[in-house]
Design a protein around this ligand. Structure first.
Ligand SMILES: [Zn+2]
Length: 358
């Protein structure tokens, strides 16, 4: 999860704009999607568990200003009796009308103790794999499930095999929130099984500002070396980026590693936010890295096109800022920055078409 507090400044204008779909834009997007598939690889499933979904959100997140703001902007309470269901309907509506062919929907595993049991006290958010499968099954045309398995859990490989049997082909790990060090050799059997089963491994890299973390160093792209050398296809979510105020600069690590490993990719989730304008421009300046980018929005957290007015011009930035569909808006911003369609088609090819690329 990545929610940028700096986005709040721009959320206001999004709220002012209609949250209905921009029909013309959505239709033109769908037209072009017929010629080549496009994929948003980073869409969060969230829930409070109020429908019996098994989801958990800490009190701090649930009662936090940003979550409450998103509940309002996405009209979650108006859509259904529960937050769980209202969120699903908002996610589905934004994705269906985004103009993109498909989206990858992310679960979120828990923190585990040394014996491999869940540590709920230390887990700020949890979205179960089975709930993910139930939600995605309702929207088979547009949604692809991304399970989450913390390799620290005692039954990690069993859970992986169980989920693959149910159709999973991509999984997500969030080391700083889940408190797992992916460079530890004890994880080799898990990564080997991921490689054997051709499960794409998505890993959060770079700085996290929203949820409590164990250590920022767990999010360094170098931590992915073991998974890469075990043969996994690895997606470094956020490409190791951060804000200018963050102490450790992890982006150079990502830029070096895409040169070193053919099986490494980076997603563009949260890179349309105000705090990451500097790192986004550093990334765009590197042509080797841009050829490895996979489009991702980080829904429900909206992009902040006005923050890119310096490179896009104020008028274009304002036009994008007024878009009410968060998934469509993020894609349009990245398209305006020159990487949108190519990275969305690349993501589609990686997960939906060419098995040989994995
Ligand atoms: Zn995220």
């Amino acid at each position: 999860m990545n929610q940028e507090s700096s986005r709040r400044c721009f959320l206001g204008s999004s709220i002012a704009a209609s949250c209905g779909m921009t029909q013309l834009g959505a239709m033109s997007g769908q037209d072009s999607a017929q010629t080549a598939g496009t994929l948003d690889i980073h869409l969060h499933l969230f829930g409070s568990g109020d429908s019996g979904s098994g989801c958990r959100l800490s009190k701090n997140i649930l009662e936090g200003q940003l979550f409450q703001l998103l509940v309002g902007v996405l009209r979650i309470r108006e859509r259904a009796k529960t937050i769980d269901e209202g969120y699903v309907l908002a996610l589905a509506e934004h994705l269906e009308n985004s103009g993109l062919s498909k989206g990858v929907i992310l679960a979120q595993d828990a923190v585990y103790d040394r014996s491999g049991k869940p540590d709920w006290e230390k887990t700020p958010l949890y979205i179960p794999n089975d709930y993910l499968f139930r939600v995605v099954a309702r929207f088979p045309r547009t949604m692809i499930p991304c399970i989450s398995i913390n390799p620290q859990r005692a039954d990690a490989i069993n859970e992986l095999e169980r989920c693959v049997e149910k159709g999973a082909r991509v999984l997500k790990i969030h080391p700083p929130i889940q408190g797992v060090d992916l460079s530890e050799k004890k994880h080799i059997p898990f990564f080997r099984r991921c490689a054997d089963l051709k499960v794409v491994v998505m890993v959060h890299t770079g700085h996290e500002h929203s949820a409590p973390i164990f250590s920022a160093a767990l999010a360094h792209p170098r931590k992915l070396t073991l998974a890469l050398e075990t043969g996994c296809t690895v997606v470094a979510c956020h490409c190791g980026t951060g804000w200018t105020t963050d102490k450790m600069d992890m982006l150079p690590g990502f830029l070096a590693m895409v040169r070193q490993y053919d099986n490494m990719w980076g997603d563009t989730a949260v890179l349309g936010s105000a705090g990451r304008v500097r790192d986004m421009s550093r990334l765009l300046a590197d042509s080797v890295a841009t050829d490895r980018l996979l489009h991702g929005s980080d829904f429900p957290f909206p992009a902040a096109p006005l923050a890119f007015a310096g490179s896009l011009g104020t008028l274009e930035a304002a036009r994008l800022q007024a878009m009410g569909n968060f998934i469509q808006q993020d894609f349009a911003l990245k398209e305006a920055l020159g990487i949108g369609r190519a990275s969305a088609e690349r993501a589609y090819r990686l997960l939906c078409e060419d098995e040989s690329q994995r």
